[in-house]
Design a protein around this ligand. Structure first.
Ligand SMILES: [Zn+2]
Length: 379
């Protein structure tokens, strides 16, 4: 099937964010060509809209969608105690399915076409099914090695190890987990702040381009350089980190050391589920164009999917977001890159495509299910 997107302001992200002239042809789910004089049976008119690669959320706990805004005042300690300590174990299989479906719609509705779902809740099959049902592209990370062996994800979802060690578990466990993940070619991601984690990973030979460290607040320059030398990547969740007390977000320092850095929402318990507000939180010290890069191609690189997504390069997956430019909050647009980073919000997202297919971004049935889970769980 061929789809032609016409009349758009096309925004590509490589080699840096810039407008490209022409129309965009999608064929069999992939970007075929950007140019003039193209035809197709199916035409999408993107008048008064920016069309760009879908946003990449490199770190989110999708299952927490049903706990949305439970505690915007929460510190990291409050969150660990209530959400992970008391609520997570209470999730049934149905709860996880409902929560992941609704959380994936939250992401899609805000133009996020790929999410790295760090799923530290029981019932991974149900979580994976929720993502699949929403139609979002995802990296599904889970700590349970046996589950990772058993899960059979669809083509647009890849599996990863959500590692607990060496920060939330013993380093010996990390060594075993890493070996199992690497034997299977799985991406690996872990939470870490302060000193000790990178040093320990390095000592045990665990760092590499397949490892993504989330947060990194307070890492020493040496630790960041060690990551850069090993090709390890980072994801910063600046809105959550500033709010929950992790420390200053480290996008500027990571990138100064040459560490590929993505952006993430992390948890909607505390912050909104859109990457636009996360981009705004990442702006201090970083030019808008580079922030947009982190939310697209650099995020894709951080999670190991840059050969498939993150730019309008022909051959890549047609994961696209169409952002209206005619709302009172967007017009007048003088520079599309700055408009997206500086002003766009989820209300401006007109259409979202994953693998060339326009996806639904909400569902009354999914919302009602999520509300029922929330009513039962809320403390
Ligand atoms: Zn997290």
């Amino acid at each position: 099937m061929r789809t032609l997107i016409t009349n758009a302001t096309l925004l590509d992200t490589v080699p840096e964010p810039h407008v490209v002239e022409g129309d965009l042809l999608v064929e069999d789910g992939r970007i075929a060509v950007v140019g003039h004089g193209l035809t197709a049976d199916h035409v999408v008119d993107a008048e008064r809209a920016i069309v760009m690669p879908g946003l990449v959320d490199a770190h989110r706990h999708v299952w927490q969608s049903v706990l949305r805004s439970l505690n915007p005042d929460s510190t990291l300690g409050d969150y660990l105690d209530l959400v992970l300590g008391r609520l997570a174990p209470a999730f049934t299989e149905d709860d996880v399915h409902a929560a992941n479906h609704w959380g994936a719609l939250d992401a899609l509705d805000a133009g996020v076409t790929t999410v790295y779902d760090w799923s530290h809740v029981p019932h991974p099959e149900a979580a994976l099914d929720g993502l699949r049902e929403a139609g979002i592209r995802a990296v599904f990370a889970h700590p349970d090695r046996a589950a990772l062996d058993r899960l059979r994800p669809p083509a647009h979802i890849t599996l990863a190890l959500a590692a607990t060690g060496p920060v939330y578990g013993p380093v010996e466990e990390a060594v075993h987990d890493w070996k199992a993940a690497r034997d299977r070619g799985l991406h690996i991601s872990l939470h870490a702040t302060g000193t000790g984690a990178v040093e320990s990973l390095h000592r045990h030979g665990l760092l590499g381009p397949d490892v993504m460290v989330v947060h990194g607040n307070g890492f020493t320059d040496d630790a960041m350089q060690t990551m850069a030398d090993a090709g390890a990547t980072a994801t910063v969740t600046p809105a959550v980190e500033a709010q929950m007390g992790h420390g200053n977000p480290e996008t500027v320092r990571f990138r100064a050391h040459g560490v590929t850095t993505g952006l993430g929402v992390d948890t909607v318990v505390t912050v909104p589920g859109d990457l636009f507000s996360v981009m705004r939180a990442a702006l201090p010290g970083t030019p808008a164009a580079e922030v947009l890069t982190m939310a697209t191609i650099e995020g894709a690189r951080a999670i190991g999917l840059d050969r498939e997504i993150g730019s309008l390069t022909p051959g890549k997956q047609a994961d696209l977001v169409m952002i209206s430019t005619d709302s009172p909050g967007m017009a007048p647009v003088t520079d599309p890159v700055r408009a997206v980073v500086g002003s766009a919000g989820r209300g401006d997202v007109r259409a979202v495509f994953v693998a060339g297919r326009r996806v639904a971004t909400t569902s009354a049935a999914a919302r009602e299910r999520a509300e029922r889970v929330r009513a039962r769980l809320t403390v």
